[in-house]
Design a protein around this ligand. Structure first.
Ligand code: SAH
Length: 259
């Protein structure tokens, strides 16, 4: 899978992509990342990417031309204009990072993990000319209900969440299936009385819950001990304890997930 990052701060990405799972995924060729300096697509001496807002008001707005041209260069073809747009390759997304976008979540990460290429547009200043959201980006995505100073951190966060879902990216394949927000197998009693499994619905459904608590050695740390059941090594008891605890934690920290 290929990720492109369009940014006015290409150096921003020097460190964060050099660690752990993302680093290994790059080294093994599961993902490739290309950082594109937006200023290469300016035509004036000052390499201006922003301008004052029409209608007045605070701050500066990223201009549409450099963003369109950067994406066109990355795609290797034109986007078109108001008279006609050129369709994108299938399995390609152009994602505008925006506090006013649709909320990113594990469902979106799973959908992105099926793609071949994502081009991230990182905003700065007051934001980005709306024609980018309307006619260039295929989606506008927010990482949460707060305002950051740029789209670079949000794009990194999305890359991280998507990469760890790609086959082979995690050392232990099972680990992305049992964690928080995983689309779980929900046990449902069947007509025959046996227990059947069905895929839990995604989103705010009963099939989604947070991870269970994890413990490691020492079993006694400053007098705070590990729950007895985990030490006993009784597999079924451990499993049901984890299920209960995951539910209790979800109720405590994220009751909204339980509907
Ligand atoms: N005026 C805008 C905020 C601009 S912040 C507003 O009120 O919505 C500058 C840039 O930071 C944005 O263009 C976007 O790319 C990025 N950004 C800020 N908060 C973000 C968030 N929660 N999710 C994704 N991107 C965000």
């Amino acid at each position: 899978m290929r990720f492109d990052l369009v940014t006015i701060f290409p150096e921003f990405f020097a460190g964060p992509l050099e660690h752990g799972i993302v680093r290994r995924a790059r080294e093994t060729g599961i993902i490739s990342i290309h950082v594109q300096d937006l200023r290469e697509f300016t035509k004036d001496r000052h390499r201006t990417v922003d301008d004052r807002p029409f209608g007045g008001g605070e701050g500066m707005v990223l201009k549409p031309e450099p963003l369109f041209e950067a994406v066109e260069k990355l795609l290797g073809h034109g986007i078109g204009d108001a008279r006609g747009k050129v369709p994108l390759e299938p399995r390609t997304a152009i994602v505008l990072m925006s506090a006013a976008g649709r909320k990113f979540g594990q469902n979106t990460a799973r959908r992105y993990a099926e793609l071949e290429r994502i081009i991230f547009l990182c905003g700065r200043y007051e934001g980005v000319d709306e024609r980018v959201a309307e006619h260039l980006a295929t989606e506008e995505v927010s990482i949460g209900d707060f305002v950051l100073s740029g789209g670079e951190l949000p794009a990194l966060l999305v890359i991280d969440a998507v990469t760890r879902l790609l086959p082979g990216a995690l050392g232990n394949e099972a680990s992305s299936q049992n964690e928080s927000f995983a689309a779980r197998l929900v046990e449902m009693p069947s007509a025959s009385g046996k227990v059947a499994t069905a895929s839990g619905k995604q989103g705010n459904s009963a099939g989604v819950r947070l991870d269970f608590p994890h413990y490691t050695r020492p079993a006694d740390f400053r007098g705070w001990t590990v729950p007895e059941v985990l030490i006993g090594g009784h597999h079924a008891q451990v499993a049901s304890w984890r299920e209960e605890q995951a539910l209790a934690k979800t109720r405590r920290n994220r009751p909204d997930l339980l509907g």
